[in-house]
Design a protein around this ligand. Structure first.
Ligand code: PLP
Length: 377
């Protein structure tokens, strides 16, 4: 490596250290212990929120738990009212989910029919495949395009080619790329929804999206579009993945149809109370966003210094090139104490890196630089 290049990388990491000074993160999350080696590992593979539980959530949980012998109906109604308030919606436009993955299942069950197919990008968040298979729906996976964007035109072609109904799954921003859909293209397709064309829009990372092209399909619900279901989660920005809280947003009639597919008591007291506390803690939400931005900045500075391409960050992860086979890189990183993302279809040579705390990302950056010195990336 050229000395100038090395000093550039050092400068990049030093700048990142300076950036850290302004950040008062509350790093309560304990590092996981890897089964493969006894080094403490830093989990950067499941897009969790590395800041740990918001203190306001811990307090709300401690206060509420003595009431856990009662059914959670009130807590669930209060949460739904708080979500409605946040989005300026009515409670009848919201359904609770045991995580947003349950919303995806309920959505598939609601829209499924004998002649329906599922059309989805590839790669994307894949659990919907299992739900579609359970309903015997044919699945059309549409490869992302050369720029790694969701290929809406090809997806539309798949809908046109099918004589029956179509359920379209779109993840916006997409996991694993973090890219957002183009507003006009999405909007005009959503308005074509009909009895034959239904949409499930997964917005698990919407709160992080900074790209001005980002368009939340919640707007369509406000316009009374009955053919769209939006899934949102408390597992990412709000940091309560283990408590399993997500929600669906749809037209009241669509919500009624969804409720018929949901199990009656899918909510739990702890999840409802925690989600409401997180939602109503703007200071912590701002901290969570700021920490994520700092973490992203540290990583992108290092990737720039190493000349490794990456996609714009609209989530709590970054999709970046590694100049190596993804599985090999993943194994090497695990040896070095970092769990990073797995290989996704059509994107070997890229890696999805969940953003930890800024401190964790500094350590990761130092390791990535070492990997470059060892010729591993
Ligand atoms: C795009 C996307 N949707 C949904 C989920 C599931 O989230 P939840 O924890 O709410 O079930 C994830 C989890 O990583 C995700 O990446």
């Amino acid at each position: 490596m050229q000395p100038t290049r090395r000093s550039f990388i050092k400068a990049a990491v030093a700048t990142s250290s300076l950036a850290l000074i302004g950040c008062q993160t509350q790093t309560t999350a304990k590092p996981a212990i890897s089964a493969a080696n006894s080094n403490p590992t830093i989990a950067l593979n499941y897009n969790e929120n590395a800041l740990g539980l918001p203190p306001s959530v811990s307090r709300a949980l401690a206060e509420a738990l003595p009431q856990a012998f009662r059914y959670p109906d009130n807590a669930k109604s209060e949460l739904i009212a708080a979500i409605a308030d946040t989005h300026q919606l009515q409670a009848q436009q919201i359904i609770y989910g045991n995580g947003s993955s349950q919303i995806l299942k309920i959505a598939v069950d609601t829209f499924a029919s004998d002649d329906a197919q599922l059309v989805m990008p590839d790669p994307t968040f894949g659990v919907i495949i299992d739900y579609a298979m359970a309903r015997n729906l044919p699945i059309k996976k549409v490869k992302i395009d050369a720029k790694l964007d969701t290929d809406i035109k090809q997806m539309q072609q798949q809908v046109t080619n099918h004589s029956g109904r179509s359920i379209v799954y779109l993840c916006n921003p997409n996991n694993p790329t973090g890219l957002v859909l183009q507003k006009q293209q999405l909007l005009s397709w959503l308005t074509q929804g009909s009895d034959k064309l239904k949409f499930i829009i997964d917005e698990a990372y919407a709160e992080y999206a900074q790209d001005p092209q980002f368009y939340s399909a919640i707007e369509q619900i406000k316009l009374n579009n009955p053919h769209v279901i939006v899934a949102r989660t408390f597992s990412k920005l709000y940091a309560i993945a283990g408590l399993r809280v997500g929600y669906g947003i749809a037209h009241p009639q669509t919500i009624s149809a969804m409720l018929a597919q949901a199990s009656i008591d899918n909510a739990n007291l702890a999840g409802c109370v925690a989600a409401k506390a997180a939602l109503q803690d703007p200071t912590w939400v701002a901290l969570s966003l700021r920490s994520n931005q700092q973490a992203a900045q540290i990583v992108t500075q290092t990737l720039d210094a190493l000349g490794l391409e990456y996609l714009p960050c609209n989530a709590n992860f970054i999709f970046h090139k590694i100049n190596a086979d993804t599985n090999t890189y993943q194994a090497n990183m695990e040896q070095a104490g970092f769990l990073v993302g797995r290989e996704f279809n059509h994107t070997n040579g890229w890696n999805r890196l969940s953003l930890g705390t800024p401190e964790q990302m500094l350590k990761f950056s130092q390791t990535l630089i070492k990997f470059r010195q060892q010729g591993l990336v």
